[in-house]
Design a protein around this ligand. Structure first.
Ligand code: FMN
Ligand code: MN
Length: 502
């Protein structure tokens, strides 16, 4: 199943799959949409297309990524776990052994070689072109998300810049507070590539913002790639087709030809204003802080352009699944540098930077500490505030199981690592912004070389007896398999479902 090529194909796919509801009632993008979406996301409900947002002619699409199924559907895969293999396949490419192996290898190389973006002469994103005084952000149904937000914020943009030194293109998802008809803020945080591009200019930097993309390209703007690796290449790889680009009308940049809406403009090196507060994905309002202003010189659109939006706030929200896609997609890259890592999980409730649970093939004393420090040195994972390390047999996605080992295997005096390092821009807990404490919890089984008494065996039934009971189950006359009965209810059921699936 090929992933959708643009937003309209994506909407048609969602509709065919029963994953989208059209809302014809007039709904206010000022707070009302948020409350509807919050309830829908938390109920695992469908994507919503508000066809009559108050004050705008443009429909508003939201909750397109709000479940694992939709996120997988957007990538054209069955489950997000399938993305791990897709990436591992090319990252771990080995010299081929036989002729068949060679052919498969060539196929894989082709899938990377053909993944860069392609320039085209024209695109639907420029069916309507507004420049100068005609530019009016007020035409769009931009949401004010939370009561404490001072203004509407564009929340699902792909912000395009080029590094002025190398020319390398960057896509980043940075929220944009609307200031007036032709101006917004640009909230690129301190660790982000778009900000680095801006800091490298000595005058003004051209910026383009694409809104309303196919799901993979939209996702790619949120992917934490190393600065020299283009997000559009990642998008092309997963799409199985290059992202097509057209020349922007008023700035020297190329923009996705099939976007619904494009904002073109520039940001001055030293023009800052006070952005925020904003009800953020941390579940708290981030306080006002200086950020640069984005001046819009052109607004180009498809006819009847659809405006995409997302609400962040107290988890779980729609962005949980963008984060989970990143967690899966980047696992092979994490394993390239730290091969003893079996799996990891960034709990949604930890808003991604607060906690990483990681399972390892432990091979030597102090190994868990080595892995903690590796994580604190790895890309955006370096911002993780806490790292929990468990042994390879522990299911990192099963938080009850992880809790069991944290409780059972940890001597707090011996197994806790306290250190300091960089923290997420939005973390309000540390005394100073950007830097503070970190905690590592070694919940692996310890050995005498780590200064412990003899470590006891875990309590498990023997395989023979399990097989025997499986064989004889019908004889016992117990109506249903107890696991199936329990699976009907609550937390215990959830845990059992996970155990049964494994
Ligand atoms: C819905 C959503 C909103 C985001 N908003 C911001 C933001 O306002 N500022 C920011 O710096 N990062 C934000 N991020 C995270 C960045 O998009 C992410 O770190 C990405 O890797 C940035 O691209 P870059 O690595 O090329 O800078 C957001 C992510 C998502 C999923
Ligand atoms: Mn980047």
């Amino acid at each position: 199943m090929a992933p959708p090529a643009d937003l309209r194909e994506w909407i048609r796919l969602l509709e065919r799959e029963g994953e989208l509801v059209r809302i014809t009632a007039e709904v206010d993008p000022d707070l009302e949409v948020t409350e509807i979406v919050d309830r829908t996301v938390k109920a695992g409900g469908p994507a919503l297309l508000f066809e009559n947002p108050k004050g705008s002619r443009h429909p508003l699409l939201i909750n397109q990524f709000g479940t694992e199924r939709r996120m997988a559907l957007g990538f054209g895969v069955e489950r997000l776990d399938d993305l791990v293999e897709r990436v591992a396949d090319v990252l771990e490419l080995q010299p081929p052994a036989g002729i068949m192996d060679k052919l498969r290898g060539l196929q894989k190389l082709k899938s990377i070689a053909g993944s860069g973006p392609r320039s085209v002469r024209s695109g639907p994103c420029q069916e309507v072109v507004l420049t100068g005084d005609d530019v009016d952000l007020g035409l769009l149904p931009v949401q004010r998300c939370w009561p404490g937000d001072p203004a509407p914020f564009i929340t699902l943009p792909a912000v395009i810049t080029r590094d002025p030194r190398t020319g390398i293109r960057n896509l980043g998802m940075y929220r944009m507070q609307v200031v007036d008809r032709r101006t917004t803020f640009m909230h690129w945080q301190i660790h982000k590539d778009g900000r680095a591009d801006w800091l490298a200019t000595d005058g003004r930097i051209p910026v383009a913002v694409a809104l309303g993309l196919d799901p993979i390209t939209a996702y790619s703007a949120s992917a934490p790639l190393p600065k020299h690796i283009g997000e559009l290449m990642l998008a092309g790889f997963f799409r199985g087709a290059p992202v097509e680009l057209v020349k922007a009308k008023t700035v020297d940049l190329e923009v996705p030809a099939h976007a619904e809406i494009v904002l073109e403009g520039y940001i001055e090196k030293d023009e800052l204003g006070i952005e925020g507060p904003f009800g953020d994905h941390t579940g708290f309002y981030t306080p006002p802080e200086p950020f640069p202003l984005f001046h819009v010189t052109a607004m180009t659109m498809r006819r009847d352009a659809i405006y995409p939006s997302i609400v962040v706030g107290k988890p779980p929200q729609e962005d949980a699944w963008l984060g989970k896609a990143t967690e899966r997609i980047f696992l092979p890259a994490v394993r390239m540098t730290v091969p003893e890592i079996v799996d990891y999980d960034l709990p949604v409730a930890g808003t991604f930077h607060n906690c990483v649970i990681v399972s390892i093939k432990k091979a030597f004393p102090g190994h868990a500490r080595k892995v903690m420090h590796a994580i604190w040195g790895l890309g955006m994972l370096s911002l993780s505030k806490s790292v929990v390390v468990v042994d390879e047999h522990v299911n990192v996605h099963d938080y009850e199981e992880v809790f069991f080992y944290v409780g059972a295997n940890v001597d707090p005096v011996r197994d806790i690592v306290l250190t300091e390092g960089p923290l997420d821009h939005l973390d309000h807990a540390p005394t100073r912004q950007f830097i503070g404490g970190k905690i590592g919890i070694d919940a692996t089984a310890k050995g005498p070389l780590e200064g412990t008494r003899e470590w006891p065996d875990e309590v498990v039934m023997s395989d023979e007896v399990k097989a025997l009971v499986d064989r004889r189950w019908a004889e016992y006359g117990i109506p249903a398999h107890p696991a199936e009965a329990l699976m009907q209810n609550g937390a215990a059921g959830k845990r059992l479902r996970q155990l049964v699936r494994r």
